[in-house]
Design a protein around this ligand. Structure first.
Ligand code: ADP
Ligand code: MG
Length: 686
């Protein structure tokens, strides 16, 4: 018997390969599949052939009169041609390079097609429509409102729809954990109904209602969690950390630049918070490149020099960033005799020594208090790590971590009645009111200005025909000693998607475009040692051009790099493009960002134009959402945001409602004793 928490491999006839592909999307159980929401819908209205109009997307149900496979004139392409008849007229249909269609579809079959109607020598043509045979059951792929899901390679929309349709009856078994009083008050759908409707809506109003309920859930759970964390934290005391004025001043004076007023202000807010015996819960927000790291270093330095045995930890989302922080922090604090440790899955080190330590050894060093600043990735919360006297925990790029991971770090860090101070950092471009609504009662520090002397990064969307001109310009810049990033969407050559990969681009640039330059590759599948070496060489200018996947998206800081090239720019969301752009423009030289695209779609180009025009993350995020529609900012495109699956970050009204309801519930029943289902849900919430 299937139940919501049954593994998907038990769904009848699901092959191991398909199971693995679904796992790749994070779908492990029937439950996960039910909660794998579509990111958009297409509408195909059933239309008789005699009523067809050009340039409309429709569904046609008709009988196949003739179907045959052909080779195109140049013999390169296999074409399947069919003539369909529905009693009101005839329609020509073609498919390209799907020779097997001739075996699946036969003359006499009644099929349902969804696609666009085009003019073809006076008649109508449907090219490459989605098809399904009408044998039994309701059509899933071609009629009415059809959901689209984010996919992974070799998994099709049809497969996903088929599977979800198969298990959708199980939605009935999911217990609705939202208090009925809230449902009534806000007129929200029951959970089961919302799940059914988000996948298989009958009309637009179904989509709207389902989205509202499911978005509310997400926002409400975040709010409840934030309230609980805060409430819990209020019970604890925190170690007071007196202002280590001498050290901090000394450090600030040793910097090669002047702090901005914003940096001074925010650092001071943090120092003051840490001086109290209540745990700090502060979010430091500042756009990419605004200099958050220095503020964090000041906080760390203050904490470890104020009292001898103090420890601080900083958790970051990627190994590359951990290494970079390790190097930056070690070098900036070299005069202070502070012991600094690095702990990632594959790197364990102390005091910038080359020697790698064993996991056991580094855990021991931390436990004994011999490391004062500990820098690491998720590994920090996975390992059996114990601190001796942790007084400050920092999370960099906090939107890349789930609420649960943040909570785990806090718990790990706590000792008896004491909690360390917490500082989260993010470039998430949201205004104060919204940040408060989303993160609950966090205190907020905002860096609102860029370091002096930063020049605006000149940004250009470059169509294919201007590529060479852009390369010529870049060559000139490289000659002057500047360096460049090239971002590609993929690692390996992928014929199917026609998307540029790091490896082929590397080859092309090295052999044809910039033969005089030193070029290297960086991507997530390299060994950490290799990644570090490459980043180090890039930083030391031994590498001129770094061809990379989006692994350099967050945090990476190489001031002499002034050129950012993004291949297949249309594949990225505007906030993500903004993050990439933030990798340059960090030094004294004029920087440039080239967003290459061969996409001719008007809407896409308009969206990319916004990237040329706007330089603040918040505006870009808003515009992106407008162009892509809610829900579409899901999956890879959504990076740079809190981990929302379906809710819209700019739906202020719903956020406000969720917050009000959460506060009400927690006030009435802080332990959720009367809401066992909600309590269980919160405990399993990521
Ligand atoms: P982010 O806020 O994106 O994390 P970083 O902390 O990485 O930004 O800082 C970006 C770059 O700006 C770094 O190279 C850093 O050394 C430099 N920087 C930071 N503060 C200043 C400042 N006040 N003046 C000049 N450069 C600064
Ligand atoms: Mg940063």
């Amino acid at each position: 018997m299937l139940e919501p928490n049954t593994s998907i491999k038990n769904i009848g006839k699901l092959s191991l390969t398909t199971t693995k592909r679904l796992n790749k999307l994070g779908i492990n159980t029937v439950y996960d599949l039910l909660f794998y929401f579509p990111f958009k819908y297409e509408i195909f209205k059933k239309t008789s052939i005699k009523n067809l109009r050009p340039n409309t997307k429709v569904c046609v149900v008709a009988q196949i009169e003739i179907i045959q496979n052909k080779r195109s004139v140049h013999k390169k392409m296999n074409i399947t041609e069919a003539i369909l008849n529905d009693g009101t007229g005839k329609l020509k249909v073609v498919w390209f390079n799907q020779p097997f269609l001739g075996k699946i579809l036969k003359a006499g079959d009644i099929i349902s097609l969804a696609g666009k109607i085009e003019l073809d020598f006076g008649g109508y043509l449907m090219a490459s429509p989605i098809y399904e045979k009408i044998n039994s059951g309701t059509p899933l792929h071609t009629q009415g409102i059809i959901p689209s899901y984010h996919l992974t390679e070799k998994l099709s929309q049809k497969q996903l729809r088929f599977l979800i349709n198969k298990i959708i009856p199980l939605a009935k078994q999911i217990k609705d954990w939202l208090p009925s009083s809230i449902k009534q008050e806000l007129k929200l759908l029951d959970l089961t109904e919302a799940i059914q409707k988000i996948h298989f809506p009958q009309n637009e109003s179904d989509i709207k209602k389902a989205r509202k309920r499911l978005s509310f859930d997400e926002l409400f759970l975040i709010q409840i969690q934030a309230q609980l964390i805060r409430k819990n934290l209020d019970k604890y005391k925190a170690p007071t950390i007196p202002f280590a004025k001498k050290y901090v001043k000394n450090f600030v004076n040793s910097l090669p630049f002047r702090l901005t007023n914003s940096q001074r202000q925010t650092a001071w807010e943090i120092i003051q918070d840490m001086g109290k015996d209540k745990p700090m819960m502060r979010l430091l927000e500042g756009d990419v490149g605004s200099g958050k790291t220095i503020v964090a270093i000041i906080a760390m330095l203050n904490a470890v020099t104020s009292l001898k045995n103090n420890q601080v930890v900083i958790m970051v989302p990627t190994e590359i960033l951990a290494l970079q922080h390790y190097q930056t922090i070690t070098s900036l604090l070299k005069n202070f005799n502070i012991k600094i440790a690095l702990l990632t899955k594959s790197e364990k080190r102390l005091n910038s020594q080359e020697k790698k330590l064993s996991k056991k050894k580094i855990l021991e060093i931390i436990k004994r208090g011999e490391a004062q600043i500990i820098i690491g990735t998720h590994t920090l919360i996975q390992e059996e790590l114990e601190f001796k006297n942790l007084v400050l925990a920092i999370i960099d790029e906090q939107h890349r971590f789930g609420v649960k991971q943040r909570k785990l770090l806090i718990e790990k860090a706590g000792h008896k009645e004491m909690m360390p101070h917490m500082l989260s950092m993010t470039a998430t471009p949201i205004p104060r009111s919204l940040a408060l609504a989303l993160y609950g009662d966090l205190d907020l520090s905002i860096i609102s200005e860029m370091p002096k002397g930063r020049k605006k990064i000149i940004t250009k969307v470059v169509p294919e025909e201007k590529r060479q001109a852009a390369y010529d310009f870049i060559k000139e810049q490289l000659k002057q000693g500047r360096q460049a990033f090239v971002i590609c969407p993929l690692i390996d050559y992928s014929d199917k998607l026609g998307v540029k990969s790091v490896k082929e681009e590397y080859k092309k640039l090295r052999e044809q475009i910039f033969p005089e330059s030193n070029i290297a590759i960086l991507h997530g599948r390299l060994k950490p040692k290799e990644k570090e070496e490459i980043m180090q060489n890039f930083l030391n200018k031994k590498i001129d051009i770094l061809v990379s996947t989006s692994v350099v998206e967050v945090g990476v800081d190489v001031p002499n790099a002034t050129i950012m090239i993004i291949e297949g720019a249309e594949r990225f969301g505007l906030p993500q493009l903004h993050q990439f752009r933030g990798r340059v423009g960090r030094g004294e030289h004029q920087s440039y960002c080239f967003a290459f695209t061969n996409n001719k779609n008007e809407k896409t180009l308009k969206r990319l134009r916004a990237f040329e025009m706007y330089y603040d993350g918040f505006s870009l995020a808003k515009i992106d959402l407008k162009f892509r529609g809610p829900g579409e900012v899901y999956g890879t495109a959504q990076k740079g945001f809190p981990e929302l699956k379906i809710a819209n970050l700019f739906d202020y009204d719903l956020i406000k409602l969720a917050r009000e309801q959460a506060i009400k519930i927690i006030k009435k029943d802080p332990n959720l004793a009367n809401y066992p289902l909600l309590k269980a849900k919160i405990q399993s919430f990521p």
